[in-house]
Every structure is written in structure tokens, then in C-alpha cells.
Design a protein around this ligand. Structure first.
Ligand code: ZN
Ligand code: ZN
Length: 253
């Protein structure tokens, strides 16, 4: 499998791009930086996007993608939990925040078609199978297990301490890499707990649930202001399994 990390930051600043992973030229997970991280030609090839949850850093560029590609691309399919799709329609594509691209250009043939997905059901896209798994965030949210013939990658999604993604992951023989969110430094533990994100301290404890130390862990979703501090705290843990994801990197598994 090839994964293009379009964006993997937990906030916006120059050079920082929020969550968006490209699995093929037409298939994405999250849309935080589709327009900030892909050129117009690349944007024109997108047909299917899985949305983990409705927080702005994961959906922001859905608005600009529609703006850029209306007239050139007929239809993009969005796949998300029913609660996520409902919130997208009520709070984003509502003509107040942005035009309703689930009805534009016509209600019969809109730019975005929303598809409800079920957690722990497999969805096939060519060679790639996507399994959404519910995680523990402040709004309904999923992580994802991605599989093709050669490899298996897990993306935690935004989450604090959680259960199912570890249980489900343990049923796979080999995970080539586990992308794990890590948003705040230890000093902001209270904020991390309240917003259901990890700090280096809670992540360390959380990994005990996985009971496996053979899996590389790629950390992402750092809040830009605290990225340096988080890097220091992770380095102090001396865990050889850890690395940090980088915007723009293309990983071949
Ligand atoms: Zn979130
Ligand atoms: Zn986020």
C-alpha cells in the first residue's frame, strides 16, 4: 500500500497542514488539507473521501474542494458515520457557513453524496479495504484499519484513551505501521483529557493495551504550538517504535 501523508498536524500555521491521508489518486481519509496540500490537478482526481469526524481540522477543505472542482468533477462520495453526516449537513453545508454542496448543482445530482457507514464493517475500494472502528473522542469519531494484499496500516483518528481500536488491531497478524494521534504535551494533561486527545504520558499507558511491541508507531496530530515540547517528551521515553509522521511524505509499505 502507498500512503501519501498530505497533512498530519493538529492545527494550522505556515507549513502546517491538518489531517488528510491519500490512499490512491481518488481515495482520501479526512479532508483537513486537500486544497492546502494537493495541487488542482490532484484535487480533480478525488472521488471518495472517508471522514473520521466533524471537527474543523478534518473537514475544512471539503468546502474549498467543492468550490475548486464544481463544474469539473461531477460527484465526490463522502463516507462517514450517520451522526457525522447529519452534523455535516446541519452545521457546515447549510448556506450559513458554506453553500450546501449536498444539493448543488442540483438536489438530484449533487457535488457531494453522503453515504452512512457502519463501524466495523469492511468497505472495498479496488485493492484497499477500509474498516472504520469507533474511538473515544468528544464527538462521534472513527479510526481506520487499512488493508491490501501486502500490508495493513491502522490510523487511530482523534481519540483519548479507547478500547476497540486496540482490540481490533490485535486480531491482525502484522501491522506495518500504526498512526497514532498525539496532540498535547504532558503539561496540558487536563486539556488533553477534556478534549479527548493523548499526551506522551497517556499514550505510554495506552500502549499497554496493545500488548505488542513489534509495531512501528507513527505519531501525528501535534498542536503546532506544542510540537517541539511533544518531540522532547517523546524522545525522553526512548521508545524505538516511535517516529513522527511528516507532511508530504509518501510511504510505500
Ligand atoms: Zn477532533
Ligand atoms: Zn483533529
Amino acid at each position: 500500500m502507498q500512503i501519501h501523508v498530505v497533512g498530519c498536524d493538529g492545527g494550522i500555521a505556515p507549513g502546517k497542514l491538518t489531517t488528510c491521508f491519500r490512499l490512491s489518486e481518488s481515495l482520501l481519509i479526512d479532508a483537513g488539507s486537500v486544497c492546502g496540500g494537493l495541487d488542482l490537478d490532484e484535487q480533480s482526481k478525488i472521488r471518495d473521501i472517508f471522514i473520521s469526524h466533524t471537527h474543523l481540522d478534518h473537514i475544512r477543505d471539503l468546502g474549498f474542494l467543492a468550490d475548486n472542482m464544481l463544474g469539473e468533477v461531477n460527484r465526490i462520495n463522502l463516507y462517514a458515520l450517520p451522526e457525522v453526516n447529519r452534523r455535516l449537513k446541519e452545521h457546515f453545508f447549510n448556506y450559513a457557513i458554506w453553500p450546501d454542496f449536498t444539493k448543488i448543482p442540483t438536489p438530484q445530482n449533487p457535488f457531494y453524496v453522503l453515504h452512512d457507514i457502519e463501524a466495523e464493517t469492511k468497505y472495498d475500494f479496488g485493492d484497499i479495504t477500509i474498516l472504520p472502528v469507533r474511538v473515544n473522542h468528544v464527538v462521534p469519531s472513527t479510526g481506520f484499519v487499512l488493508e491490501d494484499r501486502e500490508s495493513c496500516i491502522v490510523i487511530s483518528g482523534d481519540t483519548g484513551p479507547t478500547e476497540r481500536i486496540w482490540e481490533v488491531s490485535k486480531t491482525y497478524k502484522k501491522i506495518n505501521e500504526f498512526f497514532v494521534e498525539l496532540a498535547f504535551p504532558n503539561a496540558l494533561q487536563e486539556i488533553a483529557d477534556a478534549s479527548k486527545h493523548f499526551t506522551p504520558a497517556t499514550l505510554k499507558k495506552e500502549l499497554e493495551k496493545f500488548e505488542r511491541d513489534d509495531t512501528p508507531m507513527a505519531l501525528y496530530h501535534q498542536k503546532p504550538k506544542y510540537a517541539d515540547q511533544i518531540h522532547k517528551e517523546i524522545a525522553a521515553q526512548n521508545n524505538a517504535a516511535f517516529r513522527f509522521l511528516k507532511n508530504g511524505e509518501v510511504i510505500n509499505y
